[in-house]
Design a protein around this ligand. Sequence first.
Ligand code: F6R
Length: 611
Amino acid sequence: MCGIVGFIGRQQAAPILLDGLSKLEYRGYDSAGMAVYDGQKIRVEKSTGRLKVLSELTHDGSTMPGTVGIGHTRWATHGEPSDRNAHPHCNTEKSIAVVHNGIIENYMKLKKKLLDHGYEFISDTDTEVVAQLLDYYYKKTNGDIIDTITRVMHRVEGSYALGIIFAEHPDHVYALRKDAPLIVGKSKDGNLIASDVPAILKYTRDVYFIENEEIACLTEDDIRFYNIDGEPIEKTSRTIEWDINAAEKGGYEYFMLKEMYEQPKTVRDTLNPRIKDGQIVIEELGMSDEEIRAIERIHIVACGSAYHTGVTAKYIMEGLARIPVEVDLASEFRYRNPILNKNDLVVIISQSGETADSLAALREAKAKGVKTLGIINVVGSSIAREADRVMYTWAGPEIAVATTKAYTAQLIAHYLLAIHFAQVKGQVTDEEVAEMLTDLKAIPAQIEMLLANKEHIQKIANRYVGARDVFFIGRGIDYAIGMEGSLKLKEISYIHSEAYAAGELKHGTISLIEEGTLVAALVTQKDLYKKTLSNIVEVRSRGAVVLAVTNEDNTEIEKNADYVIYIPQTNKYFTNSLAIIPLQLFAYYVSVGRGCDVDKPRNLAKSVTVE
Ligand code: F6R
């Protein structure tokens, strides 16, 4: 979703803003813009399309002099993607410029009030309402900026991260947030604001996380913070440890490919620190054995791929620890008045830690007095800060919109959690745990082997670049793998694809199978081999071409499938971590073959900060 950057310092702002915006491209956008104070007035340049257009328009920022500015990539919500609706937005006199991520829910009411006061609007956006509202209070308070901003904060409803500059106070950049991400970076050459860490990593690792309803006021050398009542508050900065190269493509054609290749490392990083002397130690969990034994039910809540991790986790947690698990889409959870009991645990899974629905679900759970645990990738993100406990997936910054390495890291986190809970509850023996840990430790090298097989998968993918529909079938954990494989394919290649529980296909969907339809069959669960095999036979006899992903020792499948991809042996609960690799590669090569923008698929945003 929208990306925000801001800079105030001793260097020209526009090139820094453009560079920061380029690091936020992954969030998804349809237009981009900048506002810079040029010494006399605020100058705004903006345009629909890629950042490249804005770079060309401003000759890489060189035609916008000034050392104070804000920039924005817009993912349209209110108003179509257009130059007119692109940010920054200004008041009528163009003395205040605003960039915004989020949605002002009561903007119609506010707009009416401003129209009644003679204000005029040139865009369809809720953000322009904020710019004019700032103008209204700025005049009313005789130019008291903190008073102006806090009055606006009291009036607007919804979510916002805002960057603001005032022509009459050109030595300041203001930033404020509620339910949308915003960070402040402190560097020796100036200070910055941004929606996310990669945008400022080149300039600083010293970061302040702005909390809900807080204001930051930046000058060249100083940063001050205020609460919603305008009272000064103290904040401490944190050092970001991320490797700066992790936010660069490093020779790969796309971030997605690079991130797939990082998986052996990110799996190791998530796993190794939590295995000590042959035991699973999840220090950050902070739950005593009694607390774990007391858990009556786990509710896993997430969106998209993170939800698919949850579906896999249900099979594993129930299978190993015998704790009942419910998995909910975050967007459904919060509106169905879920039944939560005091001995339940709500687990929110999120790469970004900012997904609006997941954050709302977390708050719903907390409001009901239930313990919450976040499985989160972005350190210091909203969900990480608000959940009672956080278990981080150490996948590093993920830039491609389609998740790969964060997803496989989430799986690892859940394996660890399930084994740990099972052990505490006496559901597994020490020998079983030792065997599982051996299998877990083998996963990174096994992923490496699967990635090395990329040419084989590329060849198969090339044949299906023109496919109209693709189906993914499987049972149990294999069904969960299919869900993720299907999402990967459809989101980056725009080919229609669906995942079905293999046994469910004949209850309707099988009528869509015709001569040549590709069916990817996941067959990694020994006790379900025969059942899924009969589903393969069913679809094949109706003309389907079958691509099977199965275990090394299941060669029987070759007689019934057109293509077979083998995954190495592992514990039955961990097959997802391996089987997903060829499916990620398959989706990637189909997308490349179709000439799609792999890292930035149309209509999608990396971090979905609106409902
Ligand atoms: C798909 C994908 C999305 C995210 C979903 C949740 O490849 O990346 O489906 O999984 O938007 O995002 P997070 O994990 O940031 O909450």
